[in-house]
Design a protein around this ligand. Structure first.
Ligand code: NAP
Ligand code: MG
Length: 401
């Protein structure tokens, strides 16, 4: 059989521990036999990040800007224990943070839906994609523990020296204070990326804040979204038959619980942090969750939403079989290959991605899955497979399609 040819390389970001092992297996079993795989390889494994003083992470982000599509393996974010374990020169920053900062992206997280692994919310028939603004607010705050009575003020001093001053509170005794910010530029990028992603995936876009209470801060988010929508997207949304829907955050939460799914839910930074964990656990399993970082410049970086699965890696090193589920890693690859195929006009690559996703889902629906899924599955007579056997089973299914 002739292999599918690619014209532009994918930016391949290799990673750490068990996901690095899975990465190799997925490539060897499911990709290389069928595709003349073209990638520009960056080793983001912690050892190589340390050797290159983390330059490799920056280079991989730059390559993503250049080529437009990347696929990333999970990576270790170093902490004190990793400093000793890997004998690190420095406590290198989170690669995801570095890449996000370079691309100024928004993270979209979407569950992979399989019959027999039902969401805890019974009416969710289609995936809910959560789009989280990843800049500012409480994540870049300044806080004061107020020691006692006194006056708290909010002061802005303009570059030309003009001052804006507002009283926050007259304290009679001890308390707390917090200063947060965002920028119009970052909110604009967030809005644009969400509108583009909705068009790209032909799904409605929901956005919600607390603008009735926060009449300037949250209202600014609402206004910027509306302004960009009216000026640049209204017609395109009408043509695509999709809708932009704004409501209050508490109303959004209530509606999401009653909805069928099949839309994108854009959230401010904190709401996105909280709601993405709620949505993903309600859909069943972290290993069935994909994630894509989309930049306003139009670059895409696909990955699994889970980490490097350290505990399983230590079992693997002892020569034991592991129960690691590779589905999210497979879908990171199919997401990236499909996007590359669309951008380069290679329908075979798009069809390959569709077929591999179908094979992965069908394998599970036929009752063949890893242990974690078997515990939450309603399918009868399940065959529990180890990590490698499951990947081989997906290949068998793929060859029958
Ligand atoms: P984790 O790797 O996601 O694993 C946490 C636990 O979740 C695992 O021990 C396992 O549970 C279960 N799990 C996660 N993915 C699974 C899969 N594919 N198949 C089966 N079970 C799975 O999170 P962590 O242990 O907190 O973090 C480990 C390392 O990953 C850390 O160094 C962290 O910095 C890094 N990390 C990277 C990313 C990223 O690159 N995007 C994201 C998060 C964390 P059981 O042990 O019960 O089987
Ligand atoms: Mg969180």
């Amino acid at each position: 059989m002739e292999k599918i040819r690619m014209t532009t390389p994918l930016v391949e970001m290799d990673g750490d521990e068990m996901t690095r092992i899975i990465w190799r297996m997925v490539k060897d079993e499911l990709l290389l036999p069928y595709i003349d795989l073209k990638t520009e390889y960056y080793d983001l494994g912690l050892e190589h990040r340390n050797e290159t003083d983390d330059q490799v992470t920056i280079d991989s982000a730059e390559a993503t800007k250049k080529y437009g599509v990347a696929v990333k393996c999970a990576t270790i974010t170093p902490n004190a224990a990793r400093m000793t374990e890997y004998n690190l020169k420095e406590m290198w920053k989170s690669p995801n943070g570095t890449i996000r900062a370079a691309l100024d992206g928004t993270v979209f997280r979407m569950p992979i839906i399989v019959k027999g692994i039902e969401p805890y919310v019974k009416n969710w028939e289609k995936p809910i994609t959560l789009a989280r603004h990843a800049y500012g607010d409480v994540y870049k705050n300044t806080e004061i523990k107020v020691p006692g009575a006194g006056k708290a003020e909010l002061v802005f001093t303009g570059a030309d020296g003009t001052e804006i001053r507002e009283t926050i509170h007259e304290f009679d005794g001890p308390g707390i204070l917090q200063g947060i910010h965002n920028t119009d530029e970052s909110i604009r990028n967030f809005a644009t990326t969400c509108f583009n992603y909705a068009l790209d995936t032909k799904q409605d876009l929901w956005f919600a804040t607390k603008d009735t209470i926060s009449k300037k801060y949250d209202h600014n988010f609402k206004d910027i979204f509306q302004e960009i929508y009216d000026a640049e997207y209204k017609e395109k949304f009408d043509e695509a038959g999709i809708e932009y829907f704004y409501t209050l955050i508490d109303d959004a939460v209530a509606r999401v619980m009653r909805a069928k799914g099949g839309f994108i839910w854009a959230c401010k930074n904190y709401d996105g942090d909280v709601m993405s964990d709620m949505v993903s656990s309600a859909f069943g399993d972290l290993a069935m969750m994909t994630s894509v970082l989309v930049s306003p410049g139009g670059a895409y970086e696909y990955e699994a939403a889970h980490g490097t699965v350290q505990r399983h890696y230590y079992q693997y090193l002892k020569g034991e079989k592991t129960t690691t589920n590779s589905v999210a890693t497979i879908f990171a690859w199919t997401g990236a290959l499909r996007k590359r195929g669309e951008l380069d006009g290679i329908p075979e690559l798009v069809q390959f991605a569709d077929k591999l996703e179908k094979a992965s889902i069908q394998t599970i629906e036929e009752g063949k899955m890893t242990k974690g899924l078997s515990l939450i599955s309603s399918i009868q007579n399940v065959t529990v497979l180890d990590c490698e056997a499951f990947i081989k089973e997906i290949r068998k299914t793929f060859d029958t399609l």
